[in-house]
Design a protein around this ligand. Structure first.
Ligand code: SF4
Ligand code: SF4
Length: 320
């Protein structure tokens, strides 16, 4: 039994089991216009890894057969760069599914992306915009010079379309992740600070602030020394918050590799190639009942999801 399972046992949550599946996590590819140091999938402009159309079609087929899956989290990399992004999003939206799009919001000036905000609004896509801080200095330090101005311009444009405004159902959320190995414990005061500062400085409004810790795998792990990693893991474990266990995203969702041959409890396990316990369960063997009662593969890295305020994005994953 690993240390995470021991902790779950102490609080009566062992073994960690899935419940009725309500979401599909669709990682469209690892291509991204950015190259952030904390990125756990090693996304970059040079990446050619992406989900082929054949796998996307199979996921759409699953959606068409399982009404209980109400949400599709389209993620990456920057999923907007996938050649079939609009086809997939529109197809899922036309089936009445809520599409969630974690986005770095720095793409709207890129060729072919100029009308993307209108497309997202037409398909009622829920946006989770990455903004590491409400100040330019901190955001640009974490994400690179010029990032803040692009994100603010994108948020204003989304607001002008009705996103994040009262009286519309176009949802605009903001995702905060601390720099490096910081762990957030008080989401409420941060929410207030984001709300007040964005409104005051730029007239920007949004629906909810999501908080995330950083998963120490991929580029994030490579940027850490072994000592830093050990210290971070100890800190994550020490900050275990049992209130986060009920809403862990792995309990109500599943993720597939690009070729659809393996299912994963979450995208972190996809990156580490730790498939679900029935490792033969690829996309062609999709079994809603079995997946909705599976035992979840755990690892000490799970403490990332349960530390402090945890990951407040229930049913979704944000790599931004
Ligand atoms: S790391 Fe994955 S399996 Fe572990 S708690 Fe987080 S979402 Fe669940
Ligand atoms: S963290 Fe997000 S924006 Fe940054 S490189 Fe990774 S996928 Fe791109």
């Amino acid at each position: 039994m690993n240390s995470f399972d021991r902790k779950l046992k102490e609080y009566g949550y062992y073994p960690l089991k899935a419940r009725e599946m309500t979401a599909l996590i669709v990682i469209m590819g690892h291509k991204c216009n950015m190259r952030c140091t904390h990125c756990y999938v090693d996304a970059s402009p040079d990446s050619t890894e992406e989900m082929p159309l054949s796998t996307l079609e199979k996921l759409l087929d699953i959606l068409s057969r399982h009404r209980a899956i109400t949400t599709v989290d389209v993620s990456g990399g920057a999923p907007e760069l996938h050649p079939h992004f609009r086809y997939f999003v529109k197809s899922a939206a036309d089936m009445g599914r809520e599409v969630l799009l974690p986005s770095n919001l720095t793409l709207y000036d890129e060729p072919g992306m100029e009308d993307l905000p209108e497309f997202l609004a037409e398909n009622r896509v829920t946006i989770i915009a990455s903004l590491p801080h409400y100040t330019e200095e901190v955001t640009d330090r974490q994400r690179g010079k010029g990032t803040y101005k692009k994100v603010i311009a994108a948020l204003k444009r989304l607001n002008s379309l009705g996103y994040g405004r009262e009286g519309t159902s176009l949802e605009l959320n903001i995702a905060f992740n601390p720099a490096g190995t910081g762990i957030l414990s008080d989401g409420a005061s941060l929410d207030r600070a984001y709300r007040d500062n964005l409104k005051e400085m730029h007239g920007i409004t949004f629906n909810r602030l999501f908080t995330l810790n950083n998963m120490p795998i991929g580029r994030m792990r490579k940027s850490m020394s072994d000592e830093e990693f050990d210290r971070y893991m100890k800190e994550l474990e020490a900050r275990f918050n049992p209130d986060t266990v009920d809403t862990l995203m792995c309990r109500t969702s599943v993720s597939y590799g690009f070729d659809g041959r393996k299912a994963y409890d979450c995208d972190f396990w996809r990156v580490l190639d730790m498939p679900i316990k029935d490792s033969g369960a690829g996309i062609d063997d999709f079994d809603y009942e079995a997946l909705s009662s599976r035992e979840i593969v755990t690892h000490p890295l799970c403490f990332m999801c349960t530390a402090g305020a945890g990951c407040t994005c229930t049913d979704l994953l944000v790599n931004d």
